[in-house]
Every structure is written in structure tokens, then in C-alpha cells.
Design a protein around this ligand. Structure first.
Ligand code: SF4
Length: 274
């Protein structure tokens, strides 16, 4: 049972620390998608919640509307530490109200989600001068998705949503992220989504100390045969060349196939283009 509350805020906007974006909007605090590797879990300590991350959701409330003069032609991303299309968005429609305001502001909108609910707002995306919807795929295998991202949409639902958005003329992207060693078949992700995707980004599984225990427990419970490999890659003091090799492999494949791709890890990071 998830705890839902409202959280008054002074503004929905945050200055972006992510390169390429001017502002970030996180309509919610918390995320019921419950990804096992969730990089946003550190947010919990700022909330005062005693519930586990994934067990609470604060719906932000702000009386001040977004200002067109401030946001005209700026690059606005939704979202960085929550999913703007979590299942409760269906009921609260907060992301939809914010997108409506961004239409008026004529901002450039970049959506990152793991939910097919994003399709609901296709009518609004069509009114934005530049809108990109990106889906994260850690795997093309829904059995893995169910274990690692239990609250998110299925692989087939995301793929179908990607197709519909692409065919409607919306810019689309696929983030192959996070890549789990031996579990994320990135070629399969490309094969599944290539006809409907304008560009790709790939990122490694980020094993910060705060998440190590959770992710290693996940591997031990579901993929025990990979525990030693994960130990070698993530727990040794000496850095391994696993990510450099994987980055090069993805870069070479994408270059050969003419697939626009950014690689955010290893020695191939920041490669972009065909
Ligand atoms: S969708 Fe993103 S914010 Fe939500 S649980 Fe997964 S990784 Fe965390």
C-alpha cells in the first residue's frame, strides 16, 4: 500500500544540472516504479518519509504558474528523479497540467519515462515546437523487466507506445539503460525499437556504494551464477575494463549500422552521430 500526500513547493522548475537542458521538472517526489537500481533513492532522506522508497508518493502543489517569458524556447526535461508518468499520474494529471503550461510557454520538452501512459498526452506533444519522448529499456526481456522494474510498463507496452509516438511525428529516443552485465542484451533492444527510434543513448549500471547491497542482493536472489562476475566488475578496487570494452563494442556496432547513439560510459563516452 503506497502512501500518497501532497507537497507544497514554491516552483515546479529546477535549474538543470544535466548537460543539454535548461530546466528540469519533477512533478512528484518518490516513484512507484520501484526499479531495483533506482538512482533517485537518495531523495528519500530529504522527504521526512519513514516508508521505503517506492512506498510513498508526494504530489507537488504549486500556486505559481510556469512563466512563458522565462521558458520560451528553453529546453525542459521531465523528469530526473521520478517518472512523470507513474501510474498515479492517470488520476492526478499533474504532468499533463504542466505539459499544457509548457505548450503555452513554447518550451522545448524532453520526456524520459518507463511508462506507456505518456501516450495520453500525444495531443499536447503535437502542439510543442520540439518535443522528444525517450523510453528507458534496461532489457528487451520482459521477465527481467518484471523483476528489476516491477512498477513500470512492460517491454511490449513501451515498444508499442514508441511506435505510436514515432508514427505521429514526435521525436523519439531509446535509452538503453542501465545496462546490466550479461543481462541487458543491447542488440536486442536496438532490434526491437530501431524502426521507431530517432536516436539511442546507452549507460552502464551505476553501482554507487549506496545501491551496492540492494543490487547485489537482487543478483544473488535471481541470477546467482552472475554473482562472481558482478563482484569482479563492481566490488574490486582495481577498475576493470569491462565497461570500456562494452562501450567500444556498442560504438563500433552503431557506427557500422549508421545508428545515432550516445554512449555515456567507458572510453567511448560522448560518441554521437552516425
Ligand atoms: S522509473 Fe526512474 S525514478 Fe522511478 S523507480 Fe525507476 S529509476 Fe527510479
Amino acid at each position: 500500500m503506497i502512501t500518497i500526500a501532497t507537497a507544497p513547493v514554491k516552483t515546479y522548475l529546477s535549474k538543470s544540472k544535466i548537460p543539454g537542458f535548461d530546466y528540469v521538472i519533477n512533478p512528484y517526489i518518490g516513484c512507484p516504479h520501484k526499479c531495483v537500481y533506482c538512482y533517485a533513492e537518495y531523495m528519500r532522506k530529504f522527504t521526512g518519509h519513514s516508508e521505503e522508497w517506492g512506498e510513498f508518493l508526494d504530489v507537488k502543489v504549486c500556486e505559481v504558474p510556469l512563466r512563458p517569458a522565462k521558458l520560451f524556447r528553453t529546453r525542459v526535461m521531465l523528469s530526473s528523479v521520478t517518472d512523470p508518468y507513474n501510474p498515479y499520474e492517470k488520476q492526478y494529471e499533474l504532468t499533463r497540467r504542466l505539459i499544457k503550461q509548457l505548450v503555452v510557454c513554447q518550451a522545448q520538452v524532453y520526456v524520459l519515462t518507463k511508462s506507456a501512459l505518456v501516450l495520453r498526452d500525444l495531443d499536447l506533444f503535437k502542439q510543442i515546437p520540439y518535443c522528444e519522448v525517450a523510453f528507458s529499456f534496461s532489457s528487451a526481456d520482459d521477465a527481467f523487466r518484471q523483476l528489476a522494474e516491477p512498477g513500470a510498463s512492460s517491454v511490449s507496452e513501451k515498444t508499442e507506445a514508441l511506435k505510436i509516438l514515432h508514427e505521429a511525428g514526435i521525436h523519439t529516443a531509446v535509452m538503453g539503460a542501465p545496462l546490466f552485465p550479461e543481462l541487458s542484451d543491447w542488440k536486442q533492444i536496438i532490434a526491437l525499437t530501431r524502426p521507431y527510434t530517432d536516436r539511442y543513448g546507452f549507460d552502464s549500471l551505476n553501482m554507487r556504494p549506496a545501491y551496492q547491497r540492494k543490487v547485489m542482493s537482487f543478483i544473488a536472489a535471481h541470477y546467482p551464477h552472475l554473482l562472481a562476475l558482478y563482484g569482479d566488475i563492481f566490488l574490486q578496487e582495481e577498475p576493470t575494463n569491462y565497461w570500456s570494452k562494452l562501450g567500444e563494442e556498442i560504438r563500433d556496432y552503431c557506427r557500422a549500422e549508421g545508428i545515432p547513439a550516445d554512449i555515456y560510459f567507458g572510453s567511448s563516452r560522448s560518441y554521437s552521430g552516425n
